[in-house]
Design a protein around this ligand. Sequence first.
Ligand SMILES: Nc1ncnc2c1ncn2[C@@H]1O[C@H](COP(=O)(O)OP(=O)(O)O)[C@@H](O)[C@H]1O
Ligand SMILES: [Mg+2]
Length: 248
Amino acid sequence: MDFILETRGLSKRFGGLIAVDNVDIKLGKGELRCIIGPNGCGKTTFFNLITGNLKPSSGHVIFMGTDITGWAVHDISQLGICRKFQVPSIFEGLTVFENMRIPYYARAKPSVFGRTQLSRNVNAEIMEHLRRVNLVDQAGELAKNLAHGQKQWLEIGMVLASRPSLMLLDEPTAGMTVTETKLTAELIKKISEETNISILVIEHDLSFVKEVALKVTVMYKGAVFREGAYDEIQEDREIHDIYLGRRH
Ligand SMILES: Nc1ncnc2c1ncn2[C@@H]1O[C@H](COP(=O)(O)OP(=O)(O)O)[C@@H](O)[C@H]1O
Ligand SMILES: [Mg+2]
């Protein structure tokens, strides 16, 4: 199998704390994978090491065959790794459609007349992305009027508009209702099936993982504790103990 992302012995120390401990992960091209684990086990730090927001203490990050360890954040995102943070970072005063145009402006080169022109295909492409994140009917709505779940979907739409090869989603269902969580699982699954984007999702909510029913990496105390299909993970007593705080 061809890998899009590989980490080798990836570690991060904060003083005496080892937040990420010697993590080896291989993500296949087009794969959709969940990373789960209790609060504070190093999931977000692991993402920060991949995106360049933090420099690893040791180890390597290989993306599409290139060693990107220590690269700057914008160079890594230009190479095709795009990320959605835990808190939505959309522009509340702009419409959904206008928010979706931002990644295109960020990428476009200014014309000789000093104004950035977006190609006509962009509008059609934006509507296609909005369809994928269930926001076609809200295209003209101000972002501030969206429900919490819809704001998260808009941000996933903006990540899609950045045309990533690898999409990193950090707790996309945080604060969502049960219905929104289910819909989010469905739309992420749909994106994975309809595009060739590889997707890593950090998730705390096991009902989400069940809905997507994919390969799962379980982190515990900074390290990879288990890796396998959802059904195997779900039957693992030790993982239940981790979640219920019985294991220390
Ligand atoms: N910038 C930082 N400085 C010091 N400690 C940090 C920093 N970021 C995270 N940590 C610590 O690293 C550990 C892992 O945190 P984090 O990656 O956010 O966990 P998770 O996302 O799994 O909840 C926690 O103990 C957290 O307090
Ligand atoms: Mg986190």
